[in-house]
Design a binder for this molecule. Structure first.
Ligand SMILES: *[C@@H]1O[C@H](CO)[C@@H](O)[C@H](O)[C@H]1NC(C)=O
Ligand SMILES: *[C@@H]1O[C@H](CO)[C@@H](O)[C@H](O)[C@H]1NC(C)=O
Ligand SMILES: *[C@@H]1O[C@H](CO)[C@@H](O)[C@H](O)[C@H]1NC(C)=O
Ligand SMILES: *[C@@H]1O[C@H](CO)[C@@H](O)[C@H](O)[C@H]1NC(C)=O
Ligand SMILES: *[C@@H]1O[C@H](CO)[C@@H](O)[C@H](O)[C@H]1NC(C)=O
Ligand SMILES: *[C@@H]1O[C@H](CO)[C@@H](O)[C@H](O)[C@H]1NC(C)=O
Length: 674
């Protein structure tokens, strides 16, 4: 698990060196014609940031104003029009240029904000406008000028680690301007602390080689490995309850299809420093499970300086085994390694980096990246990436990301902007899959480490040991991505007899892991899942009505579907280990969607794009294995004693989604769509 505060260097960089040369303040004049000030954004107190003093009045503020994009309210309808299987325009994906054009800020928004700035003393010579007109930079504005413009006061905040940042407690905009501006930088942001978590367990139950060899010799895992699943009726799940190998997944998910449109199909795995793979681990794994792949590597797609660094002396992260599985499941389809580089001086990553890379318009739309959460690029620090990957990468048809964070860790604006972008990728025909997390209904931290593992939210929306409101994960709670939950193979399971149940593993000392599931506190239920949710809420009303108080019954719910998350046999750092997590379920589902895309591309059709409206449709119900057994975990509570999470039931549920995929049937159904 990685957990760190994200500290932007932007302000410090901008402030140093300019202090001495700042011109004296000039009066910015309030213009009554734009109406009275209304508060635009307000920061909440954060224990790690101490307000120390007022900022000197003549410091230059690097002011950036993010303009509101137009037509965003129509995004859901546009997305449904091309991804609802009943829609006449199903599959008519948009070009990136059309996406950029339809959502660009209206020109009157741009004109009005410029006019307001000019009236306040910031004429054309002090203004820089981004290429797509989505944001406006104001040059040379002093603290006192910006304070008047935004009816605010800039303060210097000191972080517990000693860094000083500038922020204000709140700021305002005139009534007539507020509706045209999404946000202004720098204002309230530097107070925010982001807890980002990769919810992998690093070889948590590493098995010493000798022991494993023995288990492979006598046992079920080897027999399972030897299965040519799905062929000639010889598929079996023998050993899959102990250690999952590729043939287990092929048997569970009816994967007999061999791709043949590999030159026209694409599949990428978003990866963040310091996750990488080791070729020798891959080759050892391939040698056992997919000999034709020995010597094959993922295709490096470098983002913001990302490398395919394979330093045998350093520990590889979970992407090592993610590639072992993803490449094996889709062979001979190549898999892209969307490798996001190391920014600043720590293992910082942000989902916006790969989004910027695949959609250049996102780099600047709605004010662009937010340096509270995203690395500043180009990176001014020594050794930093001196560029910014904006639109440098063609989005693959399917992108799989095994990272997840807590929904509450981001600001409303940040979440909304990122979620809109996922919707835009859907419009472009890209399937985006994210892991639903490994701690049931309580956030995304691994159950094995981290002080806030398994915590829920209190009434204020803060994580708290005694809190009882479920803590949804991000971006699983965005309705425009597909969130993947976890299952496990039941003991002695056999094919055809409901072999899977909800992933839920209890370890010693109160540690646990289980498939993420829940309801957003910020995004409403999208139409495509309204019926599914209504049915589940009725089930809860009847069986466990008290639980209805623990979450937002009107929220977007996840996961959308699931796959095995338990006990992946893999080769990591030269040894063998067993790893679990929705980190493994996500690339498995991504591989399956990639194979569906292959079948569609072979048949002259488009890739499937945003799949949620389709997988919730009645026609597709028989293409999933409905998971009806088990439940995920709830809040941790005192001494690790947990209340329950969500039980699985017939149909969709917030523990297993619509179920696990049946590739053969999915291909049949998706080939029947235009
Ligand atoms: C694997 O399959 C081969 C060929 O069918 C067979 O000779 C061998 O005994 C099998 N190994 C195991 C562990 O089942
Ligand atoms: C959160 O709410 C509780 C009462 O519901 C209150 O005691 C506590 O001080 C609040 N915490 C913060 C950080 O506002
Ligand atoms: C949780 O509740 C217990 C018992 O009421 C109390 O001792 C403890 O301080 C509380 N912990 C937190 C983090 O609020
Ligand atoms: C699984 O099978 C083994 C061997 O046949 C048996 O000992 C064990 O009790 C079974 N476990 C379950 C949960 O049925
Ligand atoms: C790929 O396989 C499908 C059937 O599985 C076939 O219809 C199609 O023609 C093949 N395409 C190519 C390019 O070989
Ligand atoms: C697996 O997929 C094939 C089509 O490829 C289908 O005919 C078969 O019924 C499926 N098997 C199961 C168990 O659903």
């Amino acid at each position: 698990m990685l957990q760190f505060a994200y500290i932007s260097s932007y302000l410090l960089v901008a402030l140093s060196g300019q202090l001495a040369f700042a011109p004296p303040a000039t009066a910015a004049i309030l213009q009554p014609r734009y109406g009275t000030f209304v508060t635009h954004e307000r920061r909440s107190a954060h224990p790690e940031w101490q307000d120390t003093r007022r900022l000197d009045p003549d410091v230059i503020i690097p002011l950036r104003i993010g303009l509101k994009q137009q037509n965003l309210d129509a995004l859901p309808a546009h997305l449904m029009a091309i991804s609802d299987p009943e829609s006449p325009s199903y599959g008519a994906h948009w070009s990136p240029a059309r996406v950029a054009e339809v959502f660009a800020p209206a020109s009157d928004t741009h004109d009005l904000v410029r006019e307001w700035l000019a009236g306040a003393g910031f004429g054309a010579e002090k203004i820089r406008v981004s290429r797509n007109k989505a944001w406006i930079d104001v040059l040379g504005a002093t603290t006192v000028e910006v304070e008047r413009l935004l009816d605010t006061e800039y303060r210097v905040f000191k972080h517990v680690d000693g860094a000083e940042h500038v922020a204000c407690h709140e700021y305002a905009l005139p009534e007539a301007i507020a509706g045209h501006v999404d946000f202004v930088l720098p204002t309230i942001q530097p107070n925010a602390k982001l807890v980002k978590t990769s919810h992998r367990r690093r070889s948590p139950r590493s098995i010493p080689s000798a022991q494993l060899l023995q288990s492979r010799t006598n046992a079920p895992a080897a027999a399972a490995a030897n299965n040519s699943a799905g062929i000639g009726g010889s598929a079996s799940l023998a050993g899959c309850d102990t250690a999952v190998v590729p043939s287990c997944l092929k048997a569970l998910y009816n994967m007999t299809y061999t791709p043949n449109a590999t030159d026209r199909n694409t599949f990428g795995i978003a990866s963040f420093f310091s996750n990488t793979y080791s070729q020798s681990d891959l080759d050892t794994f391939f040698g056992n499970f997919s000999p034709s792949l020995v010597g094959s590597s993922p295709i490096l797609v470098s983002i913001d300086g990302g490398e395919a660094a394979i330093n045998p002396s350093s520990s590889v992260g979970e992407d090592d085994w993610i590639f072992e599985y993803a490449m094996t499941l889709v062979a001979p389809q190549p898999v892209q390694f969307l490798s996001v580089g190391n920014q600043q001086n720590g293992p910082f990553f942000s989902f916006n980096e790969w989004l910027d890379a695949v959609d250049g318009s996102y780099c600047t739309s709605d004010g662009g990246d937010d340096f509270t959460f995203d690395p500043q690029l180009p990176n001014p620090l020594p050794g930093g990436f001196n560029d910014h990957s904006c639109g440098t990468v063609k989005a693959p048809n399917v992108v799989s990301s095994s990272q997840a964070v807590d929904e509450h860790a981001y600001s409303d604006f940040y979440r909304q902007r990122q979620c809109n972008e996922f919707g835009k990728l859907g419009l472009m025909g890209v399937t985006v899959l994210y892991a639903a997390g490994n701690t049931g209904t309580s956030g995304t931290n691994s159950g094995l480490s981290g002080t806030t593992s398994g915590y829920c939210l209190d009434e204020n929306g803060s994580i708290n040991l005694n809190a009882t409101n479920f803590n949804p994960s991000w971006p699983a709670s965005c309705p425009w991505i597909t969130a993947v939950g976890g299952t496990q193979v039941k003991p002695n399971a056999t094919l055809g007899h409901s072999p899977e149940e909800v992933w839920n593993q209890d370890f010693t000392m109160g540690f646990f892991e289980s498939g993420g599931g829940g309801f957003s506190n910020h995004f409403p239920t999208p139409d495509y899942q309204k019926m599914a949710i209504a049915k589940y809420l009725k089930f809860l009303e009847k069986n466990d009505p008290a639980k209805l108080k623990s979450f937002n019954t009107k929220g977007r719910a996840y996961p959308d579907l699931s796959a095995n998350a338990n006990s992946f046999f893999n080769i990591g750092n030269g040894g063998v280990s067993i790893d679990s997590g929705t980190s493994g379920a996500t690339p498995t589902v991504a591989a399956i969607i990639t194979l569906v895309n292959d079948a569609r591309i072979s048949a002259g059709k488009k890739p499937v794009g945003f799949i949620n409206p389709t997988i919730y449709s009645t026609a597709f119900a028989t293409a999933f294995n409905d998971i009806t057994d088990g439940s995920n975990q709830g809040c941790k509570g005192l001494q690790g004693v947990r209340d329950g999470g969500f039980p699985a039931t017939a149909g969709w549920d917030p523990a297993s989604g619509v179920g696990t995929p049946n590739l053969g049937r999915l291909i049949e159904k998706w080939l029947a769509l235009p």
